[in-house]
Design a protein around this ligand. Sequence first.
Ligand code: NAD
Length: 284
Amino acid sequence: RLKGYGKKGPHACHSGHVHVIGAGVMGGDIAAWCALKGLTVTLQDQDRGRIAAAQGRASALFARKKRDPREARAAADRLLPDPKGDGIRRADLVIEAITEDADIKRRLYAQIEPLLKPGAILATNTSSLSLETLRAGLQAPQRLIGLHFFNPVARMPLVEVVETAEMDPGVKAAAYAFVGQIDKLPLPVQSTPGFLVNAVLAPYMLEAMRCVDEGIKPETIDAAMLAFGMPMGPIELIDTVGLDIARDAGRQLSGAASMPACLETRLARKQLGRKSGQGFYPWK
Ligand code: NAD
């Protein structure tokens, strides 16, 4: 448990306070999930509109998951908008879920590291950047760990815990305790491209899009994979993940120079999937 976890070690966590930076698709929903599970959460973003949108999604989640409206309200009260990042100084765990760009992430770490309280853990939700790259420049690089949540956060039970040999054992233990505390399943992975799940998923999604290029309808591919036993078809999965993210992951993990034409044409029209209201399918 995060609350009171590891009191004897250097990474004691006493308050159960999580600070999330980045209130986008992932950070907003991670913050909501943590508040649902009883933690105090401060949510920071440079764009106040993203925080407000995340609070709206969170309220819908709380109403769905908590039968008693008082409990739903209590969860909403635990999720605190924090555009300036005041919560960083109080948090036991800071989860970074900002733009997937190593320079932008490292700049943020340099700003916030001096503000972290002693023993606080810094976690990144990166999908594709190595911890070795991200922690360069940190005064205490051993405090950075990967906590890779999947989209949609409320439905996906797995969290990849990205480890490196140099990592502080207390940080690892506290990270596993946190994942258990929020009722997710931790999967230990090494800091290798795609970790484990995306290394398997990227070629699967690319092949599905190559089938679309060959003239097979998205509906047919998804129906086939649903009949096969997958909980969601690969094309719907791409719409859920975001076409821009699928392209970045596909490029990085396959090494292919060009992406499927059906993906590129939609990206050129700014059709990014669920988040833009249109991808391979309409979502409005
Ligand atoms: P997103 O673009 O929806 O959200 C990123 C948010 O970060 C934006 O609201 C932006 O305003 C904010 N931001 C950027 N720089 C900031 C800064 N310096 N300070 C404060 N806020 C800042 O992105 P996302 O899809 O939520 O992805 C976030 C992270 O999660 C990335 O590292 C991504 O690789 C990872 N991830 C994404 C998915 C997915 O399916 N989208 C899945 C797993 C992991």
